[in-house]
Design a protein around this ligand. Structure first.
Ligand code: 5GP
Ligand code: MN
Length: 328
């Protein structure tokens, strides 16, 4: 049986759904979640969309109807019992939903993952998608196309476009295939305006974000091999520029613009620990590097969150570990 037909059957058989996505959601996380919300809505289902994180300000336009709720234990404690199906989109490790992880693990209903990362955790009843897809939004597109569960309308096309555009790095990363461009053509035919979506996501930042980028660029260094470039952002820099974690998205890519550099690393301080972002060129699997420390991701883009530690404590070890991947 075609996998997507199974997913449609699971939807047909159930009435109440809870959707969630990863901490600090990006446009693929929110786009796939909201596209899926519309699919379920058009099929007359009861749906809640609850995320650990608030929606970043530059992506709020994707949720004009305020469908997404920020998780609050006191408000949402009964939701889990009232739901038959819990679907996680754009992640495959339950730790990525942070405060909702325990409720997910203890959830008695059906647990579904729709995602494009590698090495899923063994906690799901069903997994749809795989790492051959550019984005979770592309999976949703294929689901609609293969099952006809809904007609692709402007609202759904808009969400899917935002997810594919951002997860392919505006159509320049490896999974930018002829098929992707055909999907994009179909989305534009539904009326999506690529200039508008790009502008809303990438040209409407707060002033402080550009200042913060300055701080990150100023901090860049290369290791002894000159093949690893790394940046460090202190919490003070975020406070000084009035910015938040969502503003840091994309900074690490500048490391890879340096000649000969194959791995880029961004270390930044969180209120309760640190976050490390990795980017690589070619076959260097930074997801493996991240998973050594409890993180994960894709071959060329991965990350880790570490609690109760500092950048100073882990920096040298992480760079040494990254060096061992240079000749992969
Ligand atoms: P970013 O560096 O943009 O935050 O994350 C790049 C990719 O790494 C994400 O698409 C996600 O797949 C993965 N990633 C980032 N942080 C984490 C993490 O803490 N845990 C896991 N498992 N994956 C992460
Ligand atoms: Mn994604």
């Amino acid at each position: 049986m075609n996998n997507f037909i199974l997913l449609k059957e699971l939807i047909d058989k159930h009435n109440s759904f809870l959707l969630s996505t990863h901490v600090n959601p990006d446009a693929d996380a929110l786009g796939s979640e909201l596209a899926f919300y519309h699919i379920l809505k058009q099929n007359g289902k009861k749906i809640r969309v609850i995320n650990h994180s608030a929606t970043p300000y530059n992506l709020a336009f994707l949720d004009q109807d305020n469908i997404v709720e920020k998780y609050d234990e006191s408000v949402h404690k009964n939701v889990f019992e009232e739901t038959e199906v819990f679907i996680l989109l754009d992640l495959n490790q339950s730790s990525r939903i942070v405060k909702m992880e325990n409720s997910f693990r203890e959830f008695k209903g059906l647990k579904i993952c729709i995602d494009h990362h590698q090495e899923p955790e063994n906690v799901f009843d069903y997994i749809f998608g795989n790492s051959g897809y550019s984005s979770t939004s592309e999976i949703i597109y294929n689901f609609i196309e293969q099952t006809g569960i809904v007609d692709l309308d402007y609202k759904i096309a808009y969400q899917i476009y935002a997810g594919i555009m951002t997860d392919t790095g505006s159509f320049r990363f490896e999974r930018t295939t002829p098929r992707i461009h055909k999907i994009i053509a179909a989305l534009l035919e539904k009326g999506v305006d690529p200039v508008e979506v790009y502008d809303k996501i990438f040209n409407q930042f707060e002033f402080g974000r550009v200042k913060l980028l300055g701080e990150a660029l100023n901090s860049v260094q290369v290791d002894s091999t000159k093949q690893i470039a790394y940046m460090i952002l202190k919490l003070e820099a975020l406070i000084k520029t009035g910015t938040s974690e969502a503003d840091i998205d994309g900074f690490v890519n500048y490391c890879l613009t340096i000649k000969d550099v194959k791995i880029g690393i961004l270390f930044y301080e969180l209120k309760d620990g640190i976050k490390i972002s990795f980017r690589s060129k070619g076959n260097i699997p930074v997801n493996k590097l991240a998973s050594k420390y409890g993180g994960g991701g894709h071959i060329n883009a991965s990350g880790i969150r570490m609690f109760n530690t500092t950048v100073e404590q882990v920096k040298d070890e992480i760079i040494a570990a990254a060096q061992s991947y240079l000749n992969y």
